[in-house]
Design a protein around this ligand. Sequence first.
Ligand code: DX5
Ligand code: ZN
Length: 221
Amino acid sequence: MKLAASILSADFGRLADQIRRVQAAGADYIHVDVMDGRFVPNITIGPLVVEAVRRVTDLPLDVHLMIEEPERYLADFVSAGASIVTVHQEACHHLQAVLARIRSLGVRSGVSICPSTPVQAVSEVVDDFDLLLVMTVNPGFGGQSLIPATIDKVRRARELLDAAQSAAELEVDGGVNASNAPALARAGAKVFVAGSAVFANGAIEGNIQRLREALAPVGTV
Ligand code: DX5
Ligand code: ZN
């Protein structure tokens, strides 16, 4: 099990310090949410901030692109230091080509699906991605509640990966907390993105500890 801390909920005035604390507390990935105000209503950060984050941590940077035409920016995010670049199935006309391009840039490729997108939408490209991100909320904002039906969808995603003998990591993102993480883990999730549940009240160390303890009975964290 891996924990990906989403900096969307961090205090951006103290971003470097908060990332160092997240790393010291044992997070596995730094999850960076990129939003363009078109694919999702919100606007967040671009390659410049990814570059700054890259300088303060050696953890893998898990870059989640919630943007239209992501192919236009892949090289920029890779140069900025991304380790995994995830695009949305819904934002790509030629998903296979986009995933192949990410790999050709020398980083891991990820594909994400919104709650209304069936798992089958990525079945034809299962050999082209290294990470499958199942959104457990509609993308756009931190601090939302997990949509309960997505837990069963995680199970279907796990079945798809297993049937294809894919080694891709199955990641969940949105409203993940210590209460619902065990059910997500039992459904087959391996990477848990958490924003609010990590940064709430600035109590990063205790929050990460709580998430780890919740997941410990389900498997090695
Ligand atoms: C939502 C983003 C998430 C978000 C998670 O669109 O993709 O990564 O930051 O935040 P929480 O854990 O607060 O739902
Ligand atoms: Zn995300």
